[in-house]
Design a protein around this ligand. Structure first.
Ligand code: FMN
Length: 463
């Protein structure tokens, strides 16, 4: 093959081209599958259509989320997609026929990433899972989405009343996928505890590693308080079955301290957060960021651009962040008006997203020697010491958090089908690197200290 001319090489270097394999300088994480223990003692980022975009997942990991879930993707949509890799950032995009980047992910999050599939058919679920399995660590079946787009096709919460299909999908995923890919399910409570226990028994017998239980029934509105106390009996029941299946509580958790409270009530192995993390992706930290306008939105925008995250997705996610009422509105107003990243050039000044990315990667690298944290073994164990805030960063202890339920203004699950892009690491010669120490934006929240141990006994039940 003729060597490329110097001019041609320059052209290739100066634009984002796409190939089907990751750039060479991104090291693929070690292939070691997740075990049920990997789902324990953590606070997790929930699957969220639109809001669970790649940049949000990366910031959640940086701020202490133990594992992160991608947004639900329907099996058939995935089967019609094409996988492309951005050689600049490493972002992997699954492009649909009509929509670029239906699902995006990045090698840096792979050890912690669960792909959630919407399906009502074992064969389709397995095919979709096979398509993405080299980019993720686990596959989860969504059995809880109550929206008509899901249930009309027998998916999501419709599976709760069709346990034969539900379990046949989980069994097929476990049987057909390699052991390094963990399998999990996310369900809602059934109206009666007796029916819920019967369903849970069938599900855990399929060989899954983890079951997340959203403590609302299919007909409950998001504003209604989650039925957290009901989970205790279910957790005890699963333990009594002698199956090594981690149980994750989901519903109404607002942060790290709150996760400890919920764990004390339920005995669940871990706790998963959706709405509160959509409003503030740092809620996984014992000292979450408090002033998103001052120290989070700008780094978030920079990372999004670096990852080539679709502008519409970036704009939507930023619009969901909840800052302080008194905060400077200039940034939000500029984002609302902007039609593209370029419209924010004056505000952002330098697009140093590679720095944000490098800080996230560094935070994740530390997990190899010290696993991420999270939940202390019992309530008498003090939480990890707060991380001293860096200059310009304002954090708060979650003990001071007053919000105790899903914020009332929540507007329901948006329709899926949107996309997410993600970025990563390799050096981009055409960008100016500004070290985090200089930029002082969103200094990394060190991963909290790992604390493991059995779930605590139930102590208190919030009325
Ligand atoms: C914006 C948004 C999108 C969601 N998308 C999904 C999804 O794709 N798959 C899923 O299983 N649940 C989805 N959910 C439900 C959440 O994962 C979670 O079960 C629910 O919001 C309860 O948790 P919370 O009280 O912490 O919000 C979504 C929730 C929100 C707020």
């Amino acid at each position: 093959m003729r060597p490329l001319s110097f001019a041609r090489r320059l052209v290739l270097m100066s634009r984002r081209s796409f190939s089907s394999s990751p750039p060479r300088d991104i090291k693929r994480p070690r292939l070691a599958g997740l075990t049920p223990d990997d789902y324990r003692n953590g606070v997790m980022l929930a699957p969220m259509v639109r809001s669970g975009a790649l940049p949000t997942r990366l910031f959640a990991l940086k701020h202490g989320a133990k594992l992160v879930w991608g947004p639900e993707m329907v099996d058939k949509a995935m089967l019609n997609s094409e996988r492309v890799v951005d050689p600049v950032s490493g972002t992997i995009s699954y492009n649909g026929k009509q929509e670029r980047a239906m699902f995006t992910c990045h090698p840096v999050e792979k050890p912690y990433l669960i792909f959630q599939v919407g399906s009502a058919d074992p064969d389709l679920a397995v095919q979709a899972a096979r398509l993405v399995m080299d980019d993720v660590s686990g596959i989860e079946l969504n059995c809880g989405c109550p929206k008509p787009f899901s249930t009309h096709a027998g998916m999501g919460a419709a599976l709760l009343t069709n346990p034969d299909i539900l379990c046949s999908i989980l069994s097929a995923l476990r049987r057909e996928l390699p052991p390094r890919i963990s399998i999990s399910a996310k369900i809602r409570l059934l109206p009666t505890q007796e029916d819920t226990l019967a369903l849970v028994k069938e599900i855990v017998n399929t060989g899954i590693n983890c079951l997340t239980i959203h403590c609302r029934t299919r007909n409950m509105r998001p504003r209604q308080r989650a039925l957290i106390p009901r989970l205790k009996e279910i957790v005890d029941f699963v333990r009594g079955l002698g199956r090594d299946v981690a149980i994750i509580e989901n519903g109404d958790c607002v942060g790290f301290e709150d996760a400890r409270r919920i764990r004390a009530i339920t005995g669940a192995d871990s706790v998963m957060i959706a709405t509160a993390a959509e409003a503030n992706p740092s809620v996984f930290s014992p000292t979450p960021l408090t002033s998103l306008e001052d120290n989070f939105i700008l780094p978030y925008l920079r990372l999004c651009k670096y990852l080539d995250n679709k502008w519409a997705s970036t704009k939507f996610c930023v619009s969901q962040f909840k800052g302080r009422k008194s905060a400077n509105k200039k940034m939000r107003e500029a984002v609302i008006k902007a039609k593209d990243y370029a419209d924010l050039d004056a505000l952002v000044e330098s697009w140093t997203g590679s720095d944000e990315f490098a800080a996230i990667k560094a935070a994740l690298d530390t997990r190899r020697s010290a696993p991420p944290v999270l939940l202390p073994a019992d309530e008498s164990t003090p939480p990890p010491p707060p991380v001293p805030p860096s200059e310009g960063e304002e954090t708060t202890s979650t003990t001071a958090t007053t919000m105790t339920t899903t914020p009332p203004e929540w507007r329901g699950n948006p329709d899926p089908a949107v996309v997410y892009d993600a970025p990563l690491l390799p050096a981009n010669e055409h960008r100016v690197m500004i070290p985090a120490g200089v930029s002082k934006q969103d200094p990394g929240t060190p991963t909290p200290i790992a604390l493991s141990g059995p779930a605590p006994p139930a102590r208190c039940i919030r009325s």
